[in-house]
Design a binder for this molecule. Structure first.
Ligand code: HMG
Ligand code: MG
Length: 307
């Protein structure tokens, strides 16, 4: 075969691989465990993350460097990061709300940070004790310093469809907050349906408004499964061109500052849906399901022990 044909076929194969490939970020150790009433022992968290690493997940959000007064469940963030066995090729990331959190995250040698802001004022106050504008100002030096330290930065926008305090959210407002995040330098936008209110059509309307700012393929979708619509939204997201999803093994998850925010979409269910739709993730769904089941058993026995 002529060289030019071989090169062309190689390019097409790589394009097809990229088009058919889905990126999964496992958020169970952070979004899942931040919401548990029982305090999960650090060594259990470490074992959970190691099980998820062994399943081949490319990125795991392992914890938060938020105020332990606000989220005591994740007060052991540094110990968790120091205790895990880091698998080559996996990114171990953490949530960071302010410069104090960044100092702690850098000390713990995190690979990537996630900053977070709400599309609505009500959730912004409840979740971060500040207005949207104050939070954007607070995280601006965090992003600059993370970049100087060589770390990529994910920017979450919460309440993309509905806010537990302010109600329905105008997609134009989500777009404005996303534009501000891009302006202050985040590398990746993560759209959070914090209370699981999205329907396939409301998601499509949001992406239509977002189209002039960012392509769907450049966003990550973070779905909670309150109303059993998360998988329908994943399918719609795939049709729209979204190629990166957050999920939580065993469907753990929720936000203590958003009433009605139960688990994230379960990673193993998401994996099965994307596979059925003809996409590859490189993640071992059986191992993820086993890790989720194991973690749920630990939570059940911790609840039993504390009651
Ligand atoms: P604040 O009370 O206004 O902060 O909270 P402050 O600066 O006044 O500090 C109060 C105390 O906390 C001080 O200690 C600080 O040192 C300490 P004191 O002097 O009283 O002893 N402090 C810290 N300690 C350790 N690490 C820190 C830190 N910061 C302050 N980083 C703050 C403001 C933003 C810190 C607080 O509101 C907070 O931590 N919020 C985080 C809430 C949270 O974690 N929510 C859940 C994650 S977001 C989510 O789940 C949504 C998502 O999944 C996407 C979706 O679903 O939409 C991402
Ligand atoms: Mg969440």
């Amino acid at each position: 075969m002529a060289l030019s044909h071989r090169v062309a076929r190689g390019v097409i194969a790589r394009r097809e691989e990229a088009v058919n490939s889905i990126r999964i970020t496992e958020v169970g150790p952070r979004d899942g465990l931040q919401n548990e009433l029982v305090r999960v022992p650090t060594d259990i968290k470490i074992q959970f993350i190691n099980l998820l690493s062994a399943a081949g997940i490319p990125e795991i959000e392992v914890t938060s460097f938020v105020s332990p007064t606000w989220v005591p469940q994740l007060g052991d963030a540094a110990e968790v990061l120091h205790g895990i066995t880091r698998r080559g090729g996996t990114i171990y990331s953490a949530l960071v709300p302010n410069e104090r959190g960044l100092d702690r995250a850098l000390e713990a040698e995190v690979d990537k940070i996630s900053v977070f802001v709400s599309a609505t004022e009500g959730f912004s106050q409840r979740n971060t004790n500040g207005s949207i504008e104050q939070v954007l100002q607070r995280i601006t030096p965090v992003i600059t310093r993370a970049h100087l330290a060589g770390l990529p930065v994910r920017g979450y926008v919460s309440c993309i469809i509905r806010c537990p305090w302010d109600g329905a959210v105008d997609p134009a407002q989500v777009r404005r907050v996303c534009a501000s995040l891009l302006e202050i330098g985040v590398d990746e936008l993560d759209l959070g349906d914090t209370i699981g209110a999205a329907q396939p059509e409301s998601l499509a309307q949001l992406y239509e408004v977002m189209a002039s700012l960012v392509e769907p393929a450049a966003t990550t979708l973070h779905l909670h499964d309150t109303n059993g619509q998360a998988i329908a939204c994943v399918r719609r997201g795939l049709e729209l061109g979204v190629r990166s999803f957050d999920a939580s093994a065993g469907g753990l998850g929720g936000c203590p500052f958003a009433q009605g925010a139960p688990g994230n979409v379960a990673t193993e269910v998401l994996l099965s849906a994307v596979k059925d739709a003809g996409f590859e993730s490189g993640v071992d769904a059986q191992r993820v399901a086993d890790a989720g089941r194991w973690m749920r058993q630990q939570l059940a026995s911790a609840c039993g022990a504390s009651s």
